[in-house]
Design a protein around this ligand. Structure first.
Ligand SMILES: Nc1ncnc2c1ncn2[C@@H]1O[C@H](COP(=O)(O)OP(=O)(O)OP(=O)(O)O)[C@@H](O)[C@H]1O
Length: 580
């Protein structure tokens, strides 16, 4: 059974076992709660014995008080055990679930993140895991515990009198069928609600991220109007869903309550025909007050368990993503990067690289240039196995990158992208991200080489200044130099520079260029640049156009040849003289 639960709710092996234990604990508690009823039946039998004209049990007050205390203690222990079995185990499992998810996300290829809405992903990781916590501690064990305990008590009632048992229990499958039968309808609405919630949260996030542009374009009112429409949409569908859910749960609970009436009616008929004993009638009346109680709560839980299944589906869609694997101990012979007839597409049938072959040698600077959309950034990222290629081979020092574990492969890369990512932490820690165990002195030396010292000294707390979300207190050039300092500290044998100086002014650009010269010494350098003058001193130029290598050679050779490189260089020389 624990295996079945593990599979059904996408749990770990231990999680499946713990859930089964929690179900049994809930079942035991429900059965335990019947004990005081049994004592009550005994007492009634004793009190009614003279009326019924037969000998009843003979127990003194002390006996009843003694049993009451024992039962109370037993129920307390059962509840305490149930608490431990459900809550502690569910927190452990949901913590594992989050860790496993994070582990999985580490290993999933980046193509997954491109296809998936990031708001949806965040909601799944945060919201669905939190929901699973409640599902494992409440909905699932309480529902299954109620079903099991009712079945056990039902067997006892059937053995006592099957006609009375049918009259008391027929409502149970009827109520559950009503709930389950209407589920596809609710599921459809819940999916719709999820879509609306994601739309609204995406809108809020977008608004916060782009507030400057929205204001600068006088679009605040328009934007907020659109956003408020999305929020109203969420409210409308949530209210509709709640009303519908409430109606169906209440209807199912009403069906359950009909069971009480049919038990009384059936009992009265059987009593009048002297087909049952009065005490049996009484037992069924008392049992009826007890057996419906956990089930009424369970009908609420049933609805929540169905919602859980939708969330499990979403969690499973992440869990089942294929991961990038490979060896952690590759034997690189040097760090030449070789693209050998490489083909790649983000989306099937839309090739970005069709047949790309070139070599970036260790100790040299290789520049990828070409028209926008030609696949330069894609090629550079493929070398670091951000995605897996569809055709051909990429090797580093003779080792096929597709055979290397992506995290271990990335240890060989220092990456400086135009979109620098900084964290809301001190300057010191932001640089130290390059090498976790670097000393303060090493961090400072890297900052010095990356020409950061001058602006860091100007900051109120120097290296200990917290730089805000994504370095909001720094200028573009300063942020870029920090990321170069980070790359210098990492001191990896391969450097990827993507548009690193494109958005800088002349003063900043020359400082960043200086920092880059320190970074690239004796490394394999793959640089992507739009501005031809930044790569005029490169050892080799590879021109990518429409997914193929249109030209390659030294800058002088290509200029001589008079192709795309020469055309781009001349065009950019001309554009430098433009004025407004
Ligand atoms: N994550 C992605 N998912 C789908 N398509 C993408 C993705 N990234 C890039 N592309 C597409 O791949 C093509 C090549 O993009 P890439 O960024 O590699 O070109 P590029 O030569 O670096 O362009 P640019 O010089 O403008 O930066 C483009 O058509 C782009 O739209």
């Amino acid at each position: 059974m624990s295996k079945y639960l593990q599979k059904l709710f996408a749990l770990s092996q231990q999680g499946g076992k713990d859930l089964w234990k929690a179900v049994l604990a809930c079942t035991l508690t429900n059965v335990g709660l019947i004990l005081p009823m049994a004592l009550l039946v005994l007492l009634l039998e004793q009190l009614l014995a003279p009326v019924l004209g037969r000998r009843g049990p003979e127990m003194g007050i002390a006996g009843y008080v003694g049993f009451s205390i024992v039962f109370l203690l037993l129920i307390f222990l059962l509840m305490y055990h149930q608490y431990n079995a459900t809550f502690l185990a569910s927190y452990k499992e949901s913590a594992n679930m989050r860790i496993n998810l994070a582990e999985k996300l580490r290993k999933i290829p980046l193509s997954f993140f491109g296809k998936r809405d990031l708001t949806d992903l965040t909601t799944t990781i945060m919201g669905d895991c939190a929901w699973m916590e409640t599902a494992l501690s409440h909905f699932i064990p309480e529902l299954l515990g109620a079903v099991l305990s009712t079945s056990l008590i039902g067997i006892g009632l059937f053995l006592m009198d099957w006609k009375m048992a049918v009259s008391a229990l027929w409502v149970v499958p009827a109520a559950f069928l009503l709930s389950a039968g209407t589920r596809p309808w609710i599921d459809k609405m819940e999916r719709k609600q999820r879509g609306k919630i994601l739309e609204a949260s995406g809108g809020i996030q977008e608004c916060i991220e782009n507030i400057q542009d929205i204001k600068a374009n006088n679009q605040t009112e328009e934007y907020l109007y659109g956003l408020s429409g999305k929020l109203v949409g969420v409210e409308a569908i949530t209210v509709k869903l709640e009303v519908l859910n409430g109606m169906l749960v209440t209807a199912s609970q009403m069906v359950l309550k009909v069971g009480m009436a049919t038990t009384v009616l059936c009992g009265a008929v059987l009593l009048s025909r002297q087909q049952i004993d009065f005490m049996v009638f009484l037992i069924f009346m008392i049992a009826a007050t007890r057996i419906y109680h956990p089930l009424i709560g369970s009908l609420n839980n049933l609805s929540a368990v169905f919602s859980t299944m939708l969330r499990v589906e979403r969690l499973r869609s992440i869990e089942e993503q294929p991961v990038q694997t490979g060896t952690e101990e590759a034997a690189y012979q040097g760090y030449d990067i070789v693209f050998d007839h490489v083909g790649f597409a983000y989306n099937p049938d839309e090739p970005v690289l069709r047949d790309v072959s070139f070599q970036a040698r260790q100790g040299q600077v290789t520049a990828l240039v070409g028209p926008s959309g030609g696949g330069k950034s894609t090629a550079a990222r493929l070398a670091a196995r951000f995605w897996d290629i569809n055709k051909g081979r990429i090797t580093i020092g003779g080792v096929d990158v597709s055979t290397v574990d992506p995290e271990s492969l990335l240890k060989n890369f220092s990456v400086v992208f135009q979109d620098v990512v900084l964290f809301n932490n001190t300057i010191m820690e932001n640089i130290r991200l390059g090498r976790k165990n670097a000393t303060d002195q090493e961090v400072m030396a890297a900052a010095e080489a990356a020409q950061c010292t001058e602006f860091i000294n100007r900051l109120p707390k120097g290296y200990q200044t917290v730089i805000g979300e994504n370095g909001s207190v720094l200028s573009g050039g300063e942020r870029q130099r920090l990321s170069i300092a980070r790359a210098l500290l990492k001191d990896a044998p391969i450097i990827l520079l993507d548009e690193a100086t494109a958005s800088l002014d002349v003063e900043n650009e020359s400082m960043v260029q200086g920092a880059i010269s320190n970074l690239v010494r004796n490394k394999t350098v793959l640089i992507i640049a739009h501005r031809m003058r930044t790569v005029a001193k490169a050892d080799r130029i590879v021109v990518l156009k429409d997914g193929i290598v249109a030209e390659q050679g030294s800058p002088e050779e290509l200029f001589e040849r008079g192709g795309i490189y020469r055309h781009m260089t001349l065009l950019q020389n001309e554009s430098q003289n433009w004025t407004l």
